[in-house]
Write a protein that binds this ligand. Sequence first.
Ligand SMILES: CC(C)(COP(=O)(O)OP(=O)(O)OC[C@H]1O[C@@H](n2cnc3c(N)ncnc32)[C@H](O)[C@@H]1OP(=O)(O)O)[C@@H](O)C(=O)NCCC(=O)NCCS
Length: 173
Amino acid sequence: MAKLKGKPVAESEVEMIEVALPNDANPLGNVLGGRVMHLIDMAGAVAAHRHSRSILVTASVDYLDFVHPIRVGQFIILRSHVTRAFHTSIEVEVRVFRENYLTGERLQTSSAFVTYVALDEAGHPKPVPPVIPRTREEKRRYREAEERRRRRLAMAERAHRRYFEKLPSKKPR
Ligand SMILES: CC(C)(COP(=O)(O)OP(=O)(O)OC[C@H]1O[C@@H](n2cnc3c(N)ncnc32)[C@H](O)[C@@H]1OP(=O)(O)O)[C@@H](O)C(=O)NCCC(=O)NCCS
């Protein structure tokens, strides 16, 4: 099969802004973790779609902390970019910020690495274009992605053995 042409990180960068609404929050007015997780998945998926221009599924999310609360009325800002593509999978970094629109104060509240897998029409994993890192920072994230992937796959293997009632089988999709 012909080698896919690489794409620079800048081609798939995303900035997404949401207003935190009462329906997104608990009774104290803090945005629910699940809502933030959903937005992380969306912002990450848009970057991965722009990079791969294909159907994708989310394979894993690591490592996710909620370091500061996001309050109703604040802006939720998500920035995402691909860090590296492997064979059929793409790692995307997503950073979450809260912004007070009255003062302009902005604070990072979470960061996560999300892995997406590209699928063909039959639902089988298919190759994705490589990422071309250009800046120093992009090159660092690209290099470090290899080690994150190694750990992620090892942890998934261990967790599936330990916590799944039955080991996940490859079929059916
Ligand atoms: C993700 C999925 C397609 C992987 O299937 P699989 O049978 O393990 O496929 P393969 O072994 O061929 O692996 C395909 C790719 O997935 C990656 N992958 C598999 N499990 C992974 C995990 N836990 N974390 C990160 N990547 C993973 C593999 O490393 C491989 O990447 P590579 O080709 O770049 O090396 C499959 O587990 C799936 O369909 N899961 C459900 C996805 C879903 O419904 N998500 C939520 C809604 S979008």
